[in-house]
Design a protein around this ligand. Structure first.
Ligand code: CDP
Length: 208
């Protein structure tokens, strides 16, 4: 049986502050950190590099099933460093299409669970379906939100249109859509500092 006794699951839409917060919570707890978005992004990057049309699901699925992915310290797929490439506009555009393919998700979820089991201490795992699907028995589930204006402000290089499009695809897909699990602690980060959000999460964890 998979042990999920020491998992903090952090989900939320783009620009909700997930990545920053999840990484810092992991540092604070001295637990391992996994950015599952980087995995979907890496599969997308390799498919694009290989000239695979993303609508050709069987080709994308084959990549997802056969590839080797690392996310720390650099994001690599089959030994190829794609750390910068996965933040580019081509991957931003393709990733939600790839992430909506059920067999791609199955392959990634299996790796995420295996990875978590191999960690000596607890894990902080960040994504869209971590509390709902990947670790339904997580010790603590957090769902981060922020106002559309604030999320747009935090978006970095990605255009508001691109982010809205990803959120729309992620929230409406048939398999594992982005949503807060019933048992998740929902934190609106709009008017909170990063430190405040981290503090809130660590406090919640200690109350479990
Ligand atoms: O950069 P941002 O935090 O907005 O996104 P990300 O966490 O890097 O995830 C990129 C994309 O991967 C999302 O828009 C989803 O389509 C997909 N994703 C997913 O479907 N499930 C996850 N657990 C993580 C990411």
């Amino acid at each position: 049986m998979m042990s999920t006794s020491n998992v903090v699951a952090i989900d939320g839409p783009a620009g909700s502050g997930k990545s920053t917060v999840a990484k810092l919570v992991a540092e604070r707890l001295e637990w391992s950190f996994l950015d599952t978005g980087a995995m979907y992004r890496a599969v997308t990057a390799l498919a694009l590099r290989n000239g695979v049309a993303l609508e050709r699901h069987e080709d994308v699925v084959q990549i997802a099933q056969e590839c080797l992915i690392d996310t720390i310290p650099r994001v690599t797929i089959n030994g190829l460093d794609v750390t910068e490439e996965i933040r580019g506009s081509d991957v931003n555009h393709g990733v939600s299409i790839v992430a909506a393919i059920p067999a791609v998700r199955d392959a990634m979820v299996e790796r995420q669970r295996e990875w978590s089991q191999r960690q000596a201490r607890g894990t902080v795992v960040e994504g869209r379906d971590i509390g709902t699907v990947v670790f339904p028995d997580a010790t603590l589930k957090v769902f981060l939100t922020a106002s559309p204006e604030e999320r747009a402000r935090r978006r970095g290089d990605e255009s508001a249109d691109s982010i809205n499009r990803r959120d729309e695809i992620d929230s409406t897909r048939a398999v594992s859509p982005l949503r807060a699990d019933e048992s998740a602690v929902v934190i609106d980060t709009t008017d909170k500092s990063i430190d405040q959000v981290i503090e809130e999460i660590v406090q919640c964890l200690h109350q479990r």
